[in-house]
Design a binder for this molecule. Sequence first.
Ligand code: ADP
Ligand code: MG
Ligand code: MG
Length: 204
Amino acid sequence: MELTHERFIAWLRLYGERLQEKRLELSELDQAIGDGDHGINMARGLLEVVRKLDASTPADIGATCQLVAMSLLAKVGGASGPLYSTAFLKMAQVWKGKKRLLPAELAQGFREATEGMKMRGKAQLGDKTMIDVWEPVTRQMEQQANCSWAEVRRQAEDALSRTKELEAKRGRASYLGARSVGHLDPGAASSYHLFDALCQVMEE
Ligand code: ADP
Ligand code: MG
Ligand code: MG
């Protein structure tokens, strides 16, 4: 099924609502292995995204991604702000001028976003970061020609839960070394919610 620009915006709005709901939960995850601000950071960023979308509708999906990237860069801060911003900048490039995306195009944008974040943060799969959700979800979407949203959701859930047993190699959590094991990664959790919100919008 195609992702229209309208649905794309509905996805971002839903993600904004989700982050408001999960704000404290995400910050609690970050209290365990970081500085306790991840939920607050992300909720603030998405509030700005929604405010901008309320003010005017960008011309296409690429322009909307550009708006998201700029908002997150300005408002989120920390490690996650520049990383999510990089992801949306990459998607803005791939989806420039697009008003709808086929599943293969969606996967292509997520691939560029994932590679961009890996470069920017120097993180690899298994380092207990948001990459541990982006990489498997992207791979799943690349592999299935006819996108099953139930499968994407399951992949995102499994990917998030696997971060619990990983030792952090990047970001603040890496300062804890082996003591980071046994906790979910907060950035992986906010990424899970991003993809889960996408699945929800596509299933509606
Ligand atoms: P900060 O750690 O600066 O307070 P946040 O709490 O907002 O920033 O975000 C922390 C999350 O950012 C981590 O849970 C992790 O998923 C992600 N992260 C941190 N460093 C990196 C990195 N180098 N590469 C990828 N993701 C990272
Ligand atoms: Mg933090
Ligand atoms: Mg911080």
